[in-house]
Each structure stands twice: as structure tokens, then as C-alpha cells.
Design a protein around this ligand. Structure first.
Ligand code: G3P
Ligand code: CA
Length: 269
């Protein structure tokens, strides 16, 4: 896989670190984003959700249970939905210790200890990573709720001019209405649609979407061609297997979204 700087102008496929380098560091943490940078990813992907007090934080799941110690810190508040906790409460949580536990059972000598990683806000992530060479693939997670989340994401991006270079940020969502509403608010930031729209619907979507980002298992060479013919790009997820990466590249995808940004080295071997 060849690294390129900008997803919007890329002539060669980009490597997108899914939730950061999440095979090696706890997902959606600053540690995972820095590792993605170290591993020469082109972009990092994040999941953005809202807290009870409408602050933007990075978390994949609708609840805090899997990736933090919320059950220990706030017993009795099941099911620990992020929308039921304030940012101040969420900042008390450890978002790193689960990772070693889940991945190795116990820590080996020399294994990095991620205890103490926090759930980052979108603002601190934009600040922290602005000096890196990474682009950002920002997923808005609405679960069909939280109206106007895209408006607050647009405001946050506007407040961070370091991320305003053309193509440095792409905003994507499974919620296509939210993606379209975001694009109306901030048209200079391209948007991607997660999922696999019917081929017949692609021409209308091409009027405002820049990317179609399906699971790799749904992709065919002819679908990629159709998307390209309409001037859009394709990013395939979640590609952790070098053989699958090679197949996706043979289909002509514009990039792969992977938990293992160092997969590029493997795919070249
Ligand atoms: O970027 C693609 C991928 O993130 C979509 O699925 O569930 O990992 O957010 P998910
Ligand atoms: Ca995601």
C-alpha cells in the first residue's frame, strides 16, 4: 500500500487507522492515534458521540461498558449509556486498562501499559493531532437519535482552523441524513456514506457525497467502477488481512480502513 497525504486528492490508496491503531492500543484514545501516526497511517478514524451535557467525545459503542471501567466507578447506573453521563463523569473513567486485559489476559514484560488513558473529547483530539501529518475520517454516531449532532461537529471543526486544509477531514456516517445535514452546514468538508447504497441510488448520492464506504465483504469490482464513474471514492472496512487488502486494491478501492495500519508493510511483502 502506498501512503499519500490527502484523502481527497489521493491518486493512490490510503490507509485509514480504524479507531486509531486499535489492534495495538485501546480504540478511540490519543495513544491509538499517536500509534497510527507512528505506523505511517494516512488518516485516523474516530467515532463521535454526545454526552448528557452535549459535549462531543470519542466512543464507538452507545454505552461506556466495554471500553472503560464505568461499571466499577458508577455501579448501579446500568446500562451506562454515554448519553446518561456528563463529560465530567466520563473524564473520571479509565479507557485503557481494559485493553491489555482483553488482548493478553495478563500483561507480559515489555507490553505497553495503557492504564490511565481517558475518553478524549473531539476538541482535545483536534488540538493534540493537529501537528501530525494525519488526515481525519470522522464518523458521526447518531444511532438515529441526538438531533443536530452534526451541527455541533461542524462548529467544532470550524473552531480548529488547523483542520481546514482541503481534504484533511472527511465526515462519514451510517446516518445518511446526518451526513447530508452536515454537508449543508460545512460544504467544504467532504462527506462519506457508510454502508452499501443500491447501485440505482448512487447517481443521486453523487450530487453531494464524496465517498461510499462499505464493508469489504459487500464490495465487487463492478460496484467500485460504478462509484468511480460517478466521481466518488470508495473506502473498504475493516480490512485486517493482507490477502483481503490485496483483493480490495485489485478492485481499485481508494483506501482501506484497518485496525492494523502497519498492514501496508505486510501487503507489500
Ligand atoms: O469506518 C468504518 C467503520 O468504522 C464503520 O463501523 O462499527 O467500526 O464504526 P464501526
Ligand atoms: Ca467507526
Amino acid at each position: 500500500l502506498t501512503a499519500v497525504a490527502s484523502p481527497a486528492t489521493a491518486a493512490a490508496p490510503v490507509v485509514v487507522a480504524h479507531r486509531g491503531a486499535s489492534a495495538y492500543a485501546p480504540e478511540n484514545t490519543l495513544a491509538a492515534f499517536h500509534l497510527a501516526d507512528d505506523q505511517d497511517a494516512d488518516l485516523f478514524e474516530i467515532d463521535v458521540r454526545e454526552t448528557k451535557d452535549r459535549r462531543l467525545v470519542l466512543l464507538h459503542d452507545a454505552t461506556l461498558a466495554r471500553t472503560t471501567d464505568v461499571e466499577q466507578v458508577f455501579p448501579g447506573r446500568a446500562p451506562w449509556r454515554v448519553t446518561d453521563f456528563t463529560l465530567a463523569e466520563i473524564r473520571r473513567l479509565d479507557a485503557g486498562s481494559w485493553f491489555a486485559r482483553d488482548h493478553d489476559g495478563e500483561r507480559d514484560d515489555g507490553e505497553r501499559d495503557y492504564d490511565g488513558e481517558r475518553v478524549p473529547t473531539l476538541a482535545e483530539t483536534l488540538r493534540e493531532m493537529s501537528d501530525s501529518d494525519l488526515g481525519l475520517l470522522l464518523e458521526i454516531k447518531t444511532d438515529g437519535q441526538r438531533p443536530d449532532l452534526e451541527a455541533r461537529v461542524a462548529d467544532e471543526l470550524r473552531a480548529h482552523p488547523g483542520w481546514q486544509q482541503p481534504g484533511r477531514v472527511v465526515v462519514q456516517s451510517f446516518d445518511w441524513a446526518a451526513a447530508r445535514a452536515f454537508h449543508t452546514r460545512l460544504p467544504q468538508v467532504p462527506v462519506g456514506l457508510l454502508g452499501t447504497p443500491a447501485a440505482a441510488d448512487l447517481p443521486a448520492l453523487a450530487g453531494w457525497a464524496r465517498q461510499i464506504n462499505p464493508p469489504y465483504s459487500a464490495l465487487t469490482r463492478s460496484y467500485v467502477r460504478r462509484v468511480h464513474a460517478l466521481g466518488m471514492q470508495v473506502l473498504a472496512w475493516t480490512v485486517d488481512d493482507p490477502a483481503v487488502a490485496r483483493r480490495m486494491l485489485s478492485y481499485g478501492v481508494d483506501g482501506i480502513i484497518t485496525n492494523r495500519p502497519d498492514l501496508g508493510d505486510l501487503a507489500d511483502t
